[in-house]
Structures are given as C-alpha cells and as structure tokens.
Design a binder for this molecule. Sequence first.
Ligand code: UDP
Length: 233
Amino acid sequence: MSRILLKLSGEALSGGKNGTLFDQDVLHGMVDAVRQLVADKHEVMLVLGGGNLFRGAVLSTQLSVERATADYIGMLATIQNALVVRDYFHAHDVDTRVASAIAMPQVCEAYVPKRIARHLEKGRVVIFAAGLGAPYFTTDTTAVQRALELGAKEVVFVKNGVNGLYTGDPKSDQHATFIKEISASSVAQQALRALDLSAVVLARDNGLSLRIIGMSDLSRTLDHTVGSIIKAE
Ligand code: UDP
C-alpha cells in the first residue's frame, strides 16, 4: 500500500483548450487512472490548480484587484474545480472527498490531516482544495506540503501538452530539450519554470523527489520510464 499525490493544473483540466473549462476526455482519463490506482490498493490524493478559471497574479495586474484578494479568488477557483471533479468521480463510482484549506462547511469538509488519513485508509480519494489557504502560494507548493504532511511516496505533476521537464518551454522554444533526471538544486539554479520553484525547494529540503509526466501518460502514473524525475538533492 502506498500513498500517492497527483497534481493537475487548471490548464490540464481544460485540456489546454481555449474557451473550455473542463475537458470531458481529461476527466474521463483521470477517473480511469485513479480508479485503477485505488484498485491496486494505492491511497490517492489530488491537488487541483485553478488556472482554467482564475489566476491571482493575472487578476491583480489586469483588473487592479488587490493581490491578496486576487489570490483568494484563485483559491476559490480551486474549490470549484475540486467540486466538479468530486462529483464526476462519484458519478463514476469513485468515492471522493474534498478537503478545503478555507472553511466552507456547507460545501466541503475542512482540511484536517488526521481525518484525511482515515479517508485514505478506507480507500477514498481525497482532493485538496483552496491551496494552502494563504495568498502568495501556489497549488504546486500545496502539492508538496500535503504530500509531506501525509507521507506520500510519490508526487506526480501531470502536465498538459508536455511529457516531462524541458530546458525551456517546448511550446515556444524549439531548442528546449527533454530532461529525464535532474536534482532539485539544479532546477532552482537554472530557474527551470515547469514547477513553482518554492515547491521544488520545499521538496528538496525535506527529501521528497518529484515526478513530472504528460497528460497522455496518466494511466502510467507509477511507471518511472515515463516523464522526468526531480531528485531531492
Ligand atoms: N493560490 C494561492 N494560494 C495557494 C494556492 C493557490 O493564493 O496556496 C491562488 C493563486 O492566485 C493561484 C491560484 O490560486 O494563481 C490558482 O492556483 P495555481 O496558479 O497554482 O493553479 P494552476 O496554475 O496549477 O492551475
């Protein structure tokens, strides 16, 4: 039995399609992959981003919304995503709970680590919503923090449109090359931006390796031959 945490960005939920908030194929791929992991006796946690709905930094620069307010709006977006995915999973017979870092008792339960552990032991999937509940953080950092607190063996970042870590953004930089394995310190030194660097440093300082895979490899989440590994060194 191992505990796994998957992080999907809001963009991944939309399948990277402009004007689409939730891509049915993506949701279907998620439920299939997660159902298989649960059937194989893995305990599965999810962190979802909110970028398909709102991103704090964008709201604050474009609309003069105060940065902290904009970040709270971003966190609310992650709750909305979590509710969509929870109900989609329920509709496909995957027992799922949403645990939010912002108290919202009518909508979902609060993040209480000991209670999460019990859900996981019972085979329920847990989605962490509202990030860390604090402005100036991201859901990448949330993924690493929750994985550390709940003892996940694997943290897998599932990306839209790329199959792992590159030296640059392969969508815009034709010279970007694939990196199979790299240390977290090198990621920070080279300022590789595939993940939030605060998340990379938090993982490194606490001995947690990270993986990045593409959406198309979601069914091979635990297969280390796919994607990239960021080692905790
Ligand atoms: N956010 C935040 N604190 C957190 C997590 C998220 O303030 O702990 C806000 C932040 O504004 C961020 C937004 O929520 O832009 C959505 O999260 P993120 O950008 O990580 O989503 P993704 O890019 O993965 O879709």
